[in-house]
Design a protein around this ligand. Structure first.
Ligand SMILES: NC(=O)c1ccc[n+]([C@@H]2O[C@H](COP(=O)([O-])OP(=O)(O)OC[C@H]3O[C@@H](n4cnc5c(N)ncnc54)[C@H](OP(=O)(O)O)[C@@H]3O)[C@@H](O)[C@H]2O)c1
Length: 299
């Protein structure tokens, strides 16, 4: 099948793409950021001039949501210009582009999980830059899929799960926001979904394109998620602080966040046969990886 370019290979999702098993005949090219800066058009052009790829998966992004409020140019360079460069290069090469986006394109005012077709209205710079990236991808390469995900968790880099365990180790009580709801999602499960889409798009020039949502099944508040993390931590002999539920207004941040981040995954299931598992099972696997095998539960 050939070589797939994976950008952002050192990130949560990129690292999980690298860990997956790929079919015989598929290799990954995982340049570091210093080898390929997607915001630099010349850097992207030079890479495509030097190598032939079968597809591109863009897992690179500027993901510092709060910092993006003060650094919107940097966020747009990585999240909008970068995808535009990849869209152009992949279109010229005649290959598909699978791009990762975010729940932060929505304002969170919907009552219920968001569909791919729901109106977008980002609340901050990060969401706006990611939305611009979506448009760049969809308009730049007809053979493209934009996969929006949310609340990404893994055993590496920084994320809510790791922050909770770190803070929980030195604080007897933590305050966690209970009035934002979303879908906690494993980076490994996102990677598997991206793999399914990329391989199908390589095989079939008419494979479904456009926007898809992928998150783990179910829903939780950050408070619910913290509760689950520390229940697993307790079982593994790790930290178990008391967790107090607070409101978003009591935890001010530079960037506003959507109160409702739930994403409906019906389309990716219908078009690509991807069936997300429950978020609790995904969180359990990550705690397992960080803290050692947990005791089995249930029958
Ligand atoms: N994290 C979440 O909760 C979340 C939620 C919804 C959607 N998403 C989306 O999911 C995708 C993956 O997120 P993640 O959590 O895996 O992110 P991450 O861990 O922050 O990794 C992003 C990677 O992109 C690299 N990168 C940044 N700018 C770049 C550039 N100009 N050129 C090349 N590489 C660059 C970073 O390099 P450095 O190592 O040098 O920083 C990092 O390795 C992103 O599209 C993100 O917007 C994430």
């Amino acid at each position: 099948m050939g070589e797939i370019l994976v950008t952002g290979g050192a990130g949560q999702v990129g690292a999980e793409l690298a860990r997956l098993e790929w079919p015989a005949g598929v290799t990954l090219h995982l340049p570091t950021r210093s080898e390929l800066d997607i915001g630099d058009a010349a850097s992207v052009e030079a890479l495509f001039a030097a190598r032939r790829f079968a597809a591109v998966i863009n897992a690179a992004a500027y993901t510092a949501v709060d910092k993006a409020e003060a650094e919107s140019a940097a966020a747009f360079l990585a999240n909008a210009q970068g995808p535009a460069h990849l869209a152009q290069a992949s279109r010229r090469a005649g290959i598909p582009l699978v791009h990762v986006s975010t729940d932060y394109v929505f304002d969170g005012s919907k009552d219920g999980p968001y569909l791919e077709t729901d109106p977008v209205a980002p609340l901050g710079s990060y969401g706006a830059s990611k939305l611009a990236g979506e448009y760049a991808v969809l308009s730049g390469n007809r053979r493209s899929a934009v996969v929006r995900t949310a609340w990404v968790l893994s055993a590496h880099r920084g994320n809510f799960l790791k922050t909770m365990l770190r803070l929980g180790a030195s604080n007897p009580q933590l305050r966690v926001v209970a009035d934002q709801i979303g879908c906690p999602t494993s980076a490994a499960d996102i990677a598997a979904a991206l793999k399914t889409i990329a391989l199908a798009m390589i095989e079939d020039a008419d494979a479904p394109t456009g926007v898809f949502h992928f998150v783990n099944a179910g829903e939780a508040s950050w408070y619910d998620l913290a509760h689950e993390i520390f229940a697993l931590s307790a079982a593994a002999g790790g930290p178990v602080p008391a967790v107090a539920a607070i409101a978003t207004v009591d935890y001010p941040t530079p960037a506003r966040r959507p109160a409702n981040s739930r994403l409906s995954t019906g389309r990716i299931t219908a078009e690509y046969g991807v069936h997300p598992r429950d978020w609790r099972a995904a969180v359990r696997d990550i705690v397992d990886e960080l803290m050692g095998p947990l005791p089995q539960t249930g029958a």
